[in-house]
Design a protein around this ligand. Structure first.
Ligand code: SF4
Length: 463
């Protein structure tokens, strides 16, 4: 019988069906960080338990890491305390930690794929909502809460209900200036921020087939913003070439054997889905959020709809029927696990090269990992950004959320390549976030207002 990747991976990882009807699911890879683990490790200590499979558990520091000076001790005592806990717990429980000295530190969803830890057919869990990112490699990856982090640490298993599966096809060619971020914002806008409740999303179609793994990660990353429990892309040659030679990927003949296994995990043709939706890539434009959730977006050439949520309008200071294009910005942020990878930085650098950030804009580029930073610096991208007036920072979550010193102030408006525009997300309770692609953030930084990157690509950016 034809099966989907979700069916195959779920069955391969089922330990048993629990009396509740949930599945006891084996977790192949557990990624942890400093924010959602201290309580979980404390509970393990209280119960006298060890980490069941430290060889399948990997830790990093990301959310609270300062990005200006990363020297210890951190200026923020709370950040320092969380780092100390993570370092101590990793040592006490024998869990490998990619800390700042390792040269491999970074956002958990950037380093997992980068190190070749995230592989097709795996079940992956992490105490962070955007764990769905790893689905870009053909894995089934779930964000989990602190008590579930404890469960996975202690048993390497989770009690989970199998989600239904929606096939999300995108076909056709994206126009210049339109990126994976625009695709996922368009998907969420149409299906709704709760449209994926109870579902996992399988992304496919010719547009996804043509995308790099970085682009697929941007798509899968925001599955949770559409309510989906997980999101994945079937593994293909792009996946295998991405993994070849990475530190934790199988090597030599073992890699070739793994590719054979990975290839047959992809959904079979004729496999059944609970729902199917289709998008036309050619109809997608550069997209910007105007509201307080990622579904409240418009294309940059469109007006805010007549039925727009009054609470969101009041908070953001927009009115129905007006455009987001032309909105003055105070801050431009390029980074996060959605869009803090090398290809994101390369595309943004292409826009800013030889130009300058508007005088009133504070602009930051925060690489998603130390490796992204090294690769970008080897290509001279840091110099392009710095010459344009951007700050070039150390790796971390930074301004994606207000858990470190990179925060909005007052009612500042931020053009951001991150994934959430909830009230208060970027540190100020009244700060306003406009989500968009890194290229659009770069365009906004130069113009000092929300701009259409397509025009800049066609006509050249302002001098
Ligand atoms: S970059 Fe943002 S969404 Fe991603 S792991 Fe960090 S805080 Fe979470």
């Amino acid at each position: 019988m034809a099966e989907t990747l979700l069916d195959k991976v779920w069955d391969a990882h089922t330990v048993r069906t629990l009396p509740s009807g949930q599945t006891q699911l084996f977790i192949g890879l557990h990624l942890i960080h400093e924010v959602t683990t201290p309580q979980a490790f404390s509970m393990l200590k209280q119960l006298g338990l060890r980490v069941r499979m430290p060889e399948r558990t990997f830790a990093t520091l990301d959310h609270i890491i300062p990005t200006l000076s990363q020297a210890r001790p951190y200026a923020d005592p709370l950040a320092e305390e969380m780092a100390v806990h993570m370092i101590r717990n990793a040592a006490d429980f024998g869990v490998p930690l990619f800390d700042l000295d390792s040269g491999r530190q970074g956002i958990v969803h950037v380093i997992g794929p980068e190190l070749g830890l995230s592989q097709p057919g795996m079940t992956i869990a992490c105490g962070d909502s955007h764990t769905s990112t790893h689905g870009a490699l053909g894995a089934i990856a779930f964000g989990i809460g602190t008590s579930q982090v404890r469960d996975v640490l202690a048993s390497q298993c989770l009690a989970m209900a199998k989600p239904r599966l929606r096939q999300v096809r995108v076909d056709g060619v994206l126009a210049p200036g339109v990126y994976a971020k625009d695709v996922i914002l368009t998907i969420i806008r149409r299906l709704g921020v709760q449209g994926g409740n109870g579902y996992a999303y399988e992304y496919g179609g010719s547009t996804l087939d043509a995308m790099s793994i970085d682009e697929r990660m941007t798509i899968c990353n925001m599955s949770i913003e559409g309510g989906a429990r997980a999101g994945y892309v079937n593994p293909d040659n792009t996946t295998f070439e991405f993994l070849r030679g990475r530190r934790f990927a199988p090597q030599g003949p073992a890699f070739d054997r793994a590719v054979q296994w990975w290839r047959q995990l992809a959904s079979d043709s004729g496999a059944p889905y609970d729902d199917r939706v289709q998008f036309d890539a050619a109809a997608i434009e550069p997209t910007v959020t105007w509201g307080i959730n990622p579904g409240q977006s418009v294309s940059v050439s469109e007006s805010i709809p007549g039925d727009a949520d009054p609470e969101a309008l009041a908070f953001m200071g927009f009115t129905r029927g007006t455009r987001v294009q032309g909105t003055k910005i105070d801050v431009a942020f390029i980074g996060s696990c959605t869009n803090g990878r090398l290809s994101d930085l390369e595309e943004a650098a292409r826009i800013v090269r030889g130009h300058h950030v508007a005088p009133h804009v504070k602009a930051l580029v925060v690489p998603g990992s130390k490796e992204v930073a090294r690769d970008a610096e080897a290509r001279g991208l840091h110099e392009i950004f710095q010459e344009a007036g951007f700050e070039w920072r150390g790796a971390g979550c930074s301004m994606c959320l207000g858990m470190n010193t990179d925060q909005l102030v007052g009612q500042q408006v931020c053009a951001s390549s991150s994934n959430r525009n909830f009230k208060g997300r970027q540190g100020s309770p009244t700060g306003r976030t406009l989500l968009m692609s890194p290229a659009m953030v770069a365009a906004a930084a130069l113009a000092g207002e929300v701009a259409d990157v397509r025009q800049m690509l066609e006509e050249g950016v302002p001098a």
